[in-house]
Write a protein that binds this ligand. Structure first.
Ligand SMILES: C[S@@+](CC[C@H](N)C(=O)[O-])C[C@H]1O[C@@H](n2cnc3c(N)ncnc32)[C@H](O)[C@@H]1O
Length: 212
């Protein structure tokens, strides 16, 4: 097991608060949630792909108080730190490809936050295609990831992802992300972009394909 999960469990009842403070060093998820609601104010059905332990899911449940939320991840620790329990939120251990097969065209909003750099390069376009299949006609996709830079904070991010979580991560540049999104969702599908606090490395895109 990589050292990250072992160290975190040693925090016992303080794990959730310490994890929140640690994460905030890299990204302000409350700012991300505020940006999402500006871009997509009233979705009814939301899919979060790669929800992990539920930090973004919590913000989605709080901000979108009428929406039903399906949060999926390939990892078994899915939704472990999500609080409070909410009957509108369903966690399931599955991939985007499995969600596309069981719930095609089902979601008004799909969210992918800080997942892409964990996905092997060879699987990335397949994941985005599956996300596009999950989206209802006229639906939106919000993509957020960390882009590399020659800075101390990027070195810390790399260290944290590679050595603490033990994942083999590979970050995309902004141009690489844009190019992949346009290839899968079509030219003009990127409707807006935003930098998420506190670092310019946090880049988010609002993607909405043209109705065919
Ligand atoms: C850094 S965590 C981010 C969790 C959550 N999105 C957040 O921002 O708090 C990355 C997550 O991506 C998940 N992941 C990696 N590859 C995936 C895939 N192909 N499909 C779904 N989830 C994946 C990992 O299991 C992990 O939980």
């Amino acid at each position: 097991m990589p050292p990250g999960p072992i160290i975190r469990r040693l925090f016992g009842p303080f794990e959730r608060s310490i994890t929140n403070i640690y994460r905030r060093t890299f990204v302000d998820l409350d700012h991300f949630a505020t940006q999402m609601i500006v871009w997509v104010p009233r979705p009814h059905r939301i899919l979060e792909v790669g929800c992990g332990e539920g930090a973004v899911t919590e913000r989605l449940a709080a901000k979108y108080s009428d929406a039903s939320i399906t949060a999926i991840d390939i990892n078994a620790n899915i939704g472990r730190l999500f609080r409070p329990k909410n009957p509108r939120v369903t966690f399931a251990q599955k991939s985007a490809e499995e969600a596309a097969a069981t719930s095609p065209n089902a979601f008004d909003l799909v969210v992918l936050c800080d997942v892409f750099h964990h996905v092997p390069v060879s699987d990335r376009s397949g994941m985005l295609s599956a996300i596009s299949e999950c989206m209802a006609p006229g639906g939106s996709f919000i993509f957020k990831d960390w882009t590399p830079s020659r800075t101390l904070i990027h070195s810390l991010t790399l260290f944290s992802d590679r050595y603490l979580t033990g994942d083999s991560v590979q970050f995309c540049t902004k141009a690489e992300i844009e190019s992949l999104i346009v290839t899968i969702f079509g030219a003009g599908a990127i409707r807006a972009e935003a930098s998420i606090l506190p670092w310019p490395n946090n880049i988010a895109f609002l993607v909405r394909p043209d109705l065919r």
